[in-house]
Write a protein that binds this ligand. Structure first.
Ligand code: SF4
Length: 312
């Protein structure tokens, strides 16, 4: 597995960007070479109750292979700055999170572009005594080769299914063919582990937890996603319909530069970028997506803890 992981880095086509670069010498679309570049490693309390528990989820943020214009973690996800770590060093950080942070799991956030390094780090961490479940927290822009490499090494798949239409993914995620890729990735994840199961005290133990962030004005795409999940994956899938969208990153920024000239004066561009998603999502939109999910046959939904913590 070690040599297979390194082979992917030498000619990287590991995600659907298909850059074909040697990451020991050059960077591809994800801007990350052979080392993992970590922005943040810390207990995190913004996850589902079954992941964050009382003591938090041990999150590792290290860039992303998508470029969502509305990225909710823009300040850390779109950066290529941070600590350069080799897999063995990353493994030691997992142990720190386990032994000092007392977190409930190791949560690898959008690691689609660092799967070989993640594989090596998990193998090493297990030899050092890591016993926590590993969460693969992905935007689902994965290759099937990646999911195969992760088989038997991760415990919980946490895929996000973002948008449905090809034109929307191109415009808002800067990715072609996102929905088709996401659908096949999620099917492969579900085939490995199936439904999410829990420990006796309600923490996630193994399986798939699917996230979908409802976006303003994209209700119909959300409904298509729910139908796809119920029809092509399983009606027993554990689903989190998320309502916390807020305009971030490039959404609502002023367009740059003048539009042209009028009466010898520059015409000022007043339009805001991505104005159609420059608002919070309405509760009516969220309810109608949840209703469509139920009508499609889905029935296992994440309920937020009333006190913002862990439901035992
Ligand atoms: S992981 Fe990075 S280098 Fe490899 S194909 Fe994807 S974007 Fe390109």
């Amino acid at each position: 597995m070690r040599s297979e992981a390194y082979a992917h880095l030498s000619n990287c086509n590991l995600c659907p960007r298909l850059c074909s670069v040697n990451r020991f010498e050059r960077r591809g679309h994800c801007l990350i070479g052979a080392d993992v570049v970590v922005n943040t490693i810390a207990p995190h309390f913004g996850e589902e109750p079954c992941l964050q528990g009382h003591d938090g989820s041990g999150s590792v943020f290290s860039g992303c292979n998508l470029r969502c214009v509305f990225c909710q973690n823009h300040d850390i996800a779109h950066q290529s700055n941070g600590m350069h770590l080799q897999p063995e060093k990353l493994a030691e950080w997992y142990l720190n999170l386990q032994e000092t942070g007392h977190v409930h799991n190791i949560n690898l956030v959008t690691p689609e572009h660092i799967v070989p390094q993640v594989v090596l780090s998990i193998l090493h961490a297990k030899t050092l005594g890591l016993t926590l479940p590993i969460v693969y927290n992905t935007s689902s822009f994965d290759s099937l080769a990646s999911i195969e490499l992760l088989d038997g090494l991760v415990d919980i798949y946490l895929p996000d299914f973002k948008v449905w239409d090809a034109a929307t993914s191109k415009r808002l995620l800067k990715a072609d063919n996102y929905a088709e890729v996401a659908k096949e990735s999620i099917k492969a994840m579900y085939k490995q582990f199936g439904d999410l199961c829990f420990t006796a005290d309600g923490l996630a133990k193994k399986g798939v937890l699917l996230r979908h962030l409802v976006m303003p004005g994209l209700e119909e795409e959300s409904k298509q996603i729910m139908q796809c999940l119920a029809g092509d994956v399983s009606t027993d899938l554990y689903v989190h319909v998320m309502e916390q969208y807020h305009p971030r990153a490039y959404v609502g920024n002023q367009r740059r530069g003048p539009l042209g000239w009028s009466n010898s004066e520059p015409k000022v561009q007043e339009q805001l970028r991505y104005d159609d998603i420059n608002r919070a999502v309405g509760l009516d939109e969220v309810h109608s997506v949840t209703q469509a999910a139920r009508e499609a046959g889905l029935w296992r939904f994440v309920e937020a803890a009333e006190h913002g913590g862990h439901n035992v």
